[in-house]
Design a binder for this molecule. Structure first.
Ligand SMILES: *[C@@H]1O[C@H](CO)[C@@H](O)[C@H](O)[C@H]1NC(C)=O
Ligand SMILES: *[C@@H]1O[C@H](CO)[C@@H](O)[C@H](O)[C@H]1NC(C)=O
Ligand SMILES: *[C@@H]1O[C@H](CO)[C@@H](O)[C@H](O)[C@H]1NC(C)=O
Ligand SMILES: *[C@@H]1O[C@H](CO)[C@@H](O)[C@H](O)[C@H]1NC(C)=O
Ligand SMILES: *[C@@H]1O[C@H](CO)[C@@H](O)[C@H](O)[C@H]1NC(C)=O
Ligand SMILES: *[C@@H]1O[C@H](CO)[C@@H](O)[C@H](O)[C@H]1NC(C)=O
Ligand SMILES: *[C@@H]1O[C@H](CO)[C@@H](O)[C@H](O)[C@H]1NC(C)=O
Ligand SMILES: *[C@@H]1O[C@H](CO)[C@@H](O)[C@H](O)[C@H]1NC(C)=O
Ligand SMILES: [Cu+2]
Length: 626
């Protein structure tokens, strides 16, 4: 019933969605490979569900229970499902983060997600095994609200996804990205932009009606500017949080963000209008020849009339989301109990690749998922040390006001996402505004909003800062990370361990057997108890924990030197020569590094490789070679 219902509802309006009292919605999802060509330029192998792509939509009401039976039929990759934006109250183990809240689900295994829905809104689901979702494993997740305060304002509901699209598969792209031959960390640029997983989509509308359009950006990388020619709209929902209706004509939707907008159609049907998405090319280090960053759909009033070519616009002028006011009027959380300051930087490590750092730490997956460490280290679960240096763990107590300050020391834009919570977006500095200075608030030269807007994914501007606040009222292990998938892969992640002793009391009886079975079915098996290094005797012994590569050897200390070496020598000699000639001792570890990289992908994604590759191997190699 649930499955066919969900398929049917793909094109439904809210009027068709039943608000029957709390029900259980069951989805049987078998992940497997299929061939797609959504931009009409290239056929590629993509991850589908039940032989279907675009993926089925998950739909439920507030108060429902959702069960997703996941079967991994990929054969050669592990997987998982994260339900982006859901608080997962009491079910942190259902958050779907491989190595965070569960083991990856290896090929052939099944794994059941089972959770209650406590919040309305527009969400999405995606694989949270590193790097995988841009290969297709992402779809919309819509929670209908019997108490939607704006229900009277609209007639029908539509879901419109945005995304970027790559022709190559992620394991190959990640290999090239995280490589000594890409010392500047230039991210792969997508080949095209999609809307609703296609292009030139025609959306039939009727005149004089109001549509609630739920926009979800499921991109790996690119934010999109979004507008509808000839129309303005009212924003009422942002990342699942209702905000007072506010008129806008263009929005900027980063990877992972969602907007719910009200669009009132014209009374005449004399014309059709373009709906335009334009990828933010500021994100791209270099723009490939012939790239079309734009995708168009059409608001079709009359299918007999022509579909217009969108006008080119000279300058983007998107709506500033920080000006929104939440409908529930929740006031600014005052006087943080804990300030977590995260300075964002990109830099090279000893293997020559470019990594991303939060205050000097780049994330490396622990041997034991951090949630399982929280459950198996007794009283020491409140000591961040047991989670390993490279998970960058912070322990949160009960009902603390937590402030996250992100100082962006990088010239790029980054959309930061917090699991398990929506946060108050307290402040965002402009481009080049530098670090957040709390004194400016204390002396009154910067005034914080009384009712800050809330969401779960927020953009920080180049060399600027953001300040976020939330209350630690949801025990669990929750990641905070950049939602650009490349930066997830290069380590821009940290871990909140919220009320670990409460987790020890509540979760063990709730975690189903298939969760541990997934660990055991990994090849080789993945441990599910102990500290980050899987030590179950001495929780302070982290000698076996995974760590990041060592810093660059002397003489290669800065990104500048590596980049310069490369740009000069690469031109003269060709890249293969440079690895030996230009980087000396780093060259001799090239073979080991390649193997380690393959292991890293294989370990996370699948079978037949040694697990838990210690990043320390490269360190040894460099020291010896040097
Ligand atoms: C889902 O799979 C289970 C077995 O795993 C089966 O009992 C159930 O009928 C299936 N439900 C749907 C809706 O296909
Ligand atoms: C989006 O695509 C699905 C098929 O994947 C389709 O059923 C649906 O109608 C499309 N949405 C819109 C707004 O056209
Ligand atoms: C896994 O199998 C699919 C389907 O054959 C293939 O396209 C893909 O490249 C394989 N991926 C890896 C990492 O081996
Ligand atoms: C989900 O809701 C049901 C019904 O209210 C309740 O019995 C169950 O304990 C809830 N599950 C969790 C994990 O909170
Ligand atoms: C469309 O018609 C309705 C009902 O007659 C009217 O209230 C509304 O103002 C009209 N809208 C526009 C944009 O003219
Ligand atoms: C994409 O749209 C933008 C905004 O209208 C425009 O500046 C740009 O030229 C367009 N690019 C292409 C390739 O059409
Ligand atoms: C307030 O503090 C900020 C940051 O330290 C400083 O730049 C500014 O000059 C101060 N303004 C006043 C009025 O003291
Ligand atoms: C669930 O968690 C969120 C996020 O912390 C919190 O705001 C909310 O009150 C919780 N809801 C329930 C029903 O516990
Ligand atoms: Cu980023």
């Amino acid at each position: 019933m649930a499955l066919s219902l969900s398929n049917f509802l793909y094109i439904s309006t809210i009027l068709l969605f039943s608000f029957a009292s709390a029900s259980t919605r069951v989805y049987n999802f078998t992940a497997g490979w299929l061939t797609t060509n959504p931009d009409g330029q290239f056929e590629r192998t993509t991850i589908g569900i039940n032989g279907q792509w675009p993926l089925p939509r998950i739909e439920a009401n507030v108060g429902d229970r959702v069960i997703v039976h996941l079967k991994n039929d990929l054969g050669n990759q592990s997987t998982s499902i994260h339900f982006h934006g859901l608080y997962m109250n009491g079910t942190s183990h259902m958050d779907g983060v491989a190595s965070g809240t569960q083991c990856p689900v290896p090929p052939g295994a099944t794994f059941t997600y089972d959770f209650n829905i406590t919040q309305p809104g527009t969400y999405w689901y995606h694989s949270h095994v590193d790097g995988q979702y841009p290969d297709g494993f992402r779809g919309p997740l819509i929670i209908h609200d019997p108490k939607n305060p704006y229900a009277d304002l609209f007639d029908e509901e539509l879901v419109l996804t945005l995304s970027d699209w790559y022709h190559e598969q992620m394991p190959k792209l990640i290999g090239e990205f995280l490589s000594v031959s890409n010392p500047t960390g230039a991210e792969p640029v997508p080949q095209s932009a999609l809307m609703n997983d296609t292009q030139n989509l025609q959306i039939p509308v009727q005149p004089g009606k109001t549509y609630f359009i739920r926009i979800v950006n499921m991109a790996a990388f690119a934010a999109q500017y979004f507008w509808i020619e000839g129309h303005t709209f009212r924003i009422i929902e942002v990342d699942g949080i209702y905000h007072e209706p506010t008129e806008a004509s263009q929005i900027y939707v980063t990877a992972a963000q969602r907007y719910g907008i009200l669009l009132t159609t014209k009374n005449e049907t004399t014309e059709n209008f373009a709906i335009v998405g334009s990828m933010d090319q500021d994100l791209f280090d270099q723009i490939p020849d012939g790239l079309n960053p734009n995708v168009t759909s059409f608001l079709v009033y009359d299918a007999e009339k022509p579909m217009p070519t969108p006008a080119l616009i000279d300058e983007f002028d998107p709506f500033d989301d920080l000006t929104l006011v939440p409908t529930d009027g929740e006031e600014l959380l005052e006087d943080p109990d804990l300030v977590v300051q995260l300075d964002v930087l990109m830099d090279n490590l000893g293997d020559g690749a470019n990594y991303a750092f939060f205050s000097g730490i780049t994330y490396v997956r622990p041997k034991v998922p951090s949630l399982y460490t929280a459950l198996s280290t007794g009283d020491l679960a409140t000591d961040p040390i047991v989670y390993g240096v490279n998970t960058n763990a912070y322990i949160l107590g009960d009902s603390q006001t937590v402030e996250i300050v992100v100082n962006n020391h990088d010239p790029g834009k980054h959309p930061f996402h917090l699991h398990g919570h929506a946060f108050q977006a307290v402040l965002r500095g402009d481009d080049d505004s530098g670090d957040y200075d709390a004194n400016a608030v204390l002396n009154g030269s910067v005034v914080l909003p009384r009712k800050p807007m809330r969401r779960d994914t927020l953009l920080v501007r180049p060399n600027g800062h953001i300040v976020l606040r939330f209350k630690s009222d949801n025990p669990g292990v929750w990641l905070f990370h950049c939602h650009i998938e490349w930066h997830v892969d290069s380590g821009l992640i940290m871990t909140f361990v919220e009320q670990p002793l409460v987790l020890q009391q509540t979760l063990p009886s709730r975690i189903p057997e298939d969760h541990y079975a997934a660990c055991a079915a990994m090849n080789p098996p993945m441990p599910s108890t102990g500290n980050a290094g899987a030590n179950t005797e001495n929780f302070y012994d982290l000698s076996e924990a995974n760590v990041s590569p060592a810093p660059l050897p002397d003489g290669f200390q800065t990104k500048g030197i590596v980049a310069m070496t490369f740009s000069i020598l690469a031109g003269l000699l060709g890249i293969g020569t440079v690895i030996w000639y230009g980087l000396g001792e780093m060259g001799v570890i090239e073979a080991d590094r390649e193997k380690r990289k393959l292991d890293k992908v294989a370990n996370e994604r699948g079978v037949g490789s040694r697990a838990n590759t210690s990043e320390g191997h490269a360190v040894d190699q460099i020291t010896r070679a040097g």
